[in-house]
Design a binder for this molecule. Structure first.
Ligand code: BGC
Length: 923
């Protein structure tokens, strides 16, 4: 096979270029620290990014100018009082780090950017964006508060009151503070955080729409705080700032060793907040939490992630969060113990309700409950509309699947009851939705209602971090569309505070291997830049003294860190993040901890094979062929991390480290070859994953690669063309098949519906990705309930291939966060058409293809200020038309590369009439 590279292909388009070049470039989607208009940042040198947009072809940004000021009007007039970069000759548009006057706390800064195009013409300035600083490390004018210390006669039940035999939960705490506003306010902010989770309100109205704030970090080390604009909530006269707090990750049950009352972090939730009010006369007043706040109880009895929530509306303290409430029986707050942790402005998108899903059916279950089916396995909770006599106890239980008799299958929740209880107030219509819990479910069984509920009585409310969706993907195959949807659903729900493994059972942890194998898929589906950046800090925080990265981050449950492929995430994800999002600061921030990990592995394995310090060595977790290849897997990952370290050292210009890691990589590779590969290219253990990892990490001698690939294909054949891979191998299956010239087998795997395959789960009703290939089988029913989640994204790592290869966006390489990338669609048998769009950090990329009797037509969109190589394969005598102009080239050539600048392209690969039938069959 030979290549034909046509760098001049875009010259064919010179006519279009002249016609369409008139319009100037625009900067759009302005972000600061990867967020749109962040309200509250503590970053003294925030990074600015934008996408370059412009019609026509070969559009390039040749220069930019950023201006920053604390006054909007000034920026509108084109002046940057705090920073004016001046005309900077550069095509960079990502993470331009602020180097202006020192930023002050509590200040809104406005910014915009002006661009110059390839001809030196400048754009109109972009829209004005802003960011607002938070405390910037300053002292909080507030003190931590918690429940009062209550004696036996006190109104407040003591913390740790048991509500059943198994779970002892802190009652939710209601906190309030009255204050008066005597003159007009120009702006007001609430800065708030909790050891626990909180919801704040002002005069009865919710402040913001965050869920489970402040999110989950290693609370011993750092804690996020949130900033809310409450200017419009304040009124002249009496006001009440209130907060409802609950255990959350801090003092509630989390993980498989649920650990309460000796909780993972602390025993009782606490709250810290202050209002910062700027009056018209310029005076600033702060009102903070402190001993004058009142504490009481209300309807929310307890709320816990694993247990569920109890809300007793008969106990409601009506009006507790508004002025005029008679807080009789309420006590002054206790002084909180606070935390030595660092308080930092939240750096990622908050968790929010993402959408509502109506029920598709409601049926009676054998136990008399009513089972709502939402038609989709989700992460969230139910909002129930009901009418019932006062004191009626209504219960909502959750499950991902049903038993054959229509009752809920809850065994796989393990010790998580996932049970919400509502005690009705007796009003003619009541609406109940839990506040501080979430469940993984498709079905909800409601019992205790006086009569049969209507289908509309329940909706499912979907929760997750509010990440910007960055892609769309559709094909002619319903099976593939469902696979894509299942992956997207598993990401949506499991990206909740941290990338969790699953949402339903007593686990919900940030498993590091899961998060690394899924990273590339996740980064196609959504903008995960800020989300993963935050989680990488959790990974760093969890690194042990000896340098071992954790198996779960934040680190709870296990105190054994550093399994191969799990701990390695601490090196791999920062690098991949840099590759995808282009922020070199992430490498700088993580490089010291990446080095410590390499030293940790290296100390125990001086010979280059990774055979020691393997800790909980999970191998190719949940593979179907045993774990015989564990040393191969561990050593391949060691080689991969050494290579990543060498690349990182090169980027950061650490010449000695570059040499050191290059040597290390060579040493590992030759040790690997001596120990694990025979003369015929067979790898020790012989599992699919061993071959895949060996090929992916370049461990085979070049001359044995084809042979090794052959052995891998033979293993697929020996399994009747079925996969056997677990969490670690699955990501590489389809990409390696495609890269080594057998995309037909990749198509076979994704279109297969026999066991084991992705399709098998789909034809058996999966609406999310299952944890195990045999989560449920026709022969054996459910897998062991001790570990059988139906919403676990790891096997969804095939999503990377759907975008990268089936649609063709980026699989053959990308550099500079999609500054330059490949478009190499691989149409395959069984699919008539495929259409995908990916909003990369640099703008929207599109790739689509469709079969015709005469061949295949392709459509591509390459964003301004980027370039791409379109790589196509064709039958030897096929003609190629680029925007309807035939490309004259050597027709013996099978692989064609068109190097193009920005623009919209149509490429037709038409077969000569004689070869039609043959060619289409072969594709
Ligand atoms: C988790 C997985 C994780 C694994 C490691 C499981 O319990 O759900 O996602 O990677 O443990 O052994």
């Amino acid at each position: 096979m030979s290549d034909s590279v046509m760098p001049g292909a875009s010259q064919l388009l010179s006519k279009h270029v002249e016609e369409s070049q008139a319009a100037s470039l625009r900067a759009e989607h302005l972000t600061c620290e990867m967020l749109v208009n962040p309200l509250g940042t503590d970053e003294p040198h925030p990074g600015f990014s934008w996408q370059v947009v412009g019609t026509g072809y070969n559009r390039l940004q040749s220069a930019y100018r950023i201006i920053v000021s604390d006054d909007r009007q000034t920026v509108a007039e084109g002046l940057g009082t705090h920073w004016d970069t001046g005309h900077i000759q550069s095509d960079e548009s990502l993470h331009i780090v602020y180097r202006g006057r020192p930023l002050s706390p509590f200040t809104r800064y406005y910014w915009t950017v002006e661009l110059w195009d390839e001809n030196g013409s400048n754009s109109a300035a972009a829209q004005i964006a802003w960011f607002e600083t938070g405390l910037m490390g300053g002292t909080w004018p507030a003190t931590w508060i918690m429940a009062p210390d209550v004696g036996p006669e006190g109104k407040l039940p003591p913390a740790g009151t048991s509500y059943d035999n198994e779970f002892s939960l802190d009652p939710c705490l209601y906190l309030r503070c009255s204050f008066t506003i005597g003159r007009p306010v120009v702006s007001a902010r609430l800065y708030a955080t909790a050891l626990g989770v909180y919801k704040a309100s002002l005069n009865g109205d919710p402040v913001g729409d965050h869920e489970f704030a402040p999110g989950w970090t290693d609370y011993a080390k750092r804690l996020s705080y949130q900033t809310f604009d409450i200017t419009s909530n304040l009124v002249l006269g009496d006001n009440v700032l209130a907060a409802l707090i609950s255990d959350g990750w801090y003092s509630g049950y989390v993980g498989y060793n649920r650990r309460k009352p000796a909780a993972h972090y602390g025993n009782k939730p606490e709250f810290l907040a202050f209002l910062r009010i700027v009056y018209e006369d310029g005076e600033v007043e702060t009102i903070g939490t402190g001993p004058h706040w009142q504490a009481g109880r209300g309807a929310l009895v307890y709320s816990d992630f694993l247990k569920g929530e109890k809300c007793d509306a008969t106990l409601a303290a009506l009006g507790w969060d508004r002025p005029g409430f008679l807080a009789s029986g309420w006590r002054l707050c206790g002084a909180g113990r606070g935390t030595p942790a660092k308080l930092e402005a939240q750096r990622e998108e908050p968790i929010r309700v993402q959408m509502e899903i109506p029920a598709v059916a409601v049926r009676a279950a054998p136990d008399g409950s009513w089972v709502f089916d939402f038609g989709q396995n989700i992460v969230g909770r139910v909002r129930l509309r009901l009418a019932a006599p006062r004191g009626t106890s209504v219960s909502i239980r959750h499950a991902e699947a049903l038993n054959p008799d229509g009752s809920l299958y809850t065994a796989n929740l393990r010790s998580a009851p996932a049970h919400d209880i509502y005690v009705a107030s007796g009003e003619s219509e009541e609406l109940y939705e839990p506040q501080f819990t979430f469940h993984g479910f498709r079905y909800a069984a409601v019992s205790g209602l006086p009569s049969q509920p209507s289908l509309h009585a329940a909706v499912a409310r979907v929760l997750g971090n509010d990440l910007r969706r960055t892609s769309s993907f559709e094909t002619s195959s319903e099976l593939i569309n469902r696979l894509h949807a299942n992956i997207a659903w598993s990401q949506r729900g499991n990206f909740l505070a941290v990338p969790t493994d699953c949402p339903q059972r007593d686990e919900r942890l940030g498993w590091t291997a899961d998060a690394q194998v899924f990273f590339h898929t996740a980064a196609y589906l959504a903008d995960v830049s800020a989300f993963y950046r935050k989680w990488l800090v959790d990974v760093q925080d969890a690194q042990s003294e000896d340098g071992a990265f954790p198996d779960v981050a934040p680190q709870i449950c296990s105190d054994r860190n550093g399994a191969p492929a799990w701990g390695d995430a601490g090196v791999l994800v920062p690098f991949w993040h840099y590759e995808r999002y282009g922020d070199v600061r992430i490498l700088r921030d993580h490089y010291p901890s990446m080095r410590r990990w390499m030293n940790y592995v290296g100390r125990a394995n001086p010979e280059g094979l990774r055979l020691h310090e393997l800790n909980l060595n999970y191998g190719d977790w949940l593979s179907l062929d045993g774990t015989a290849s564990k040393p191969v897997l561990a050593t391949a990952y060691y080689a991969l991390t050494a290579q990543v370290m060498a690349k990182t050292a090169e980027i950061l210009e650490h010449a000695e480290d570059l040499a050191e890691y290059t040597r290390l990589h060579e040493k590992i590779r030759s040790s690997f070859q001596r120990a694990f590969i025979d003369a015929a290219g067979r790898v020790q253990g012989g599992t699919q994953t061993a071959y895949l990892l060996g090929l992916y990490t370049g461990m085979f001698p070049t001359e044995l690669e084809e042979a090794a690939f052959g052995h891998f294909v033979a293993d697929l054949e020996a399994h009747d063309w079925h996969l056997t891979t677990g969490f670690i191998g699955v990501r590489h299956l389809c990409p390696i098949l495609t890269a080594y010239g057998r995309p037909d087998l990749a198509y076979h795997l994704v279109l297969d519906t026999t066991y084991p395959s992705w399709g098998y789960s789909i034809v058996n009703g999966a609406t999310t990705v299952w944890e195990r290939w045999d989560g449920w089988t026709q022969d054996r029913g459910f897998q062991t309930p001790s570990m059988n989640s139906f919403n676990h994204y790891a096997f969804g790592a095939v999503g990377e291939w759907l975008y990268g290869s089936m649609a063709g966006i980026g699989a053959a390489g990308q550099t500079g966060a999609f500054k330059h990338f490949s478009l190499s669609p691989a149409p395959g048998k069984g699919i008539e058409w495929c259409s995908a769009a990916f909003d990369s950090p640099r703008g929207s990329i599109r790739a689509a293809w469709r079969r015709h009797p005469d061949g295949i037509s392709y459509e591509f969109a390459i964003p301004a200020n980027t370039t791409a190589n379109i790589i196509l394969f064709r039958e030897v005598d096929a003609r190629i038309l680029l925007n309807n102009q035939e490309i004259a080239d050597d027709q013996d050539i099978h692989k064609v590369t068109l190097s193009l600048g920005s623009g919209n392209y149509q490429v037709n690969v038409w077969h000569k009439p004689t070869s039609h039938a043959q060619a289409c069959n072969n594709l």
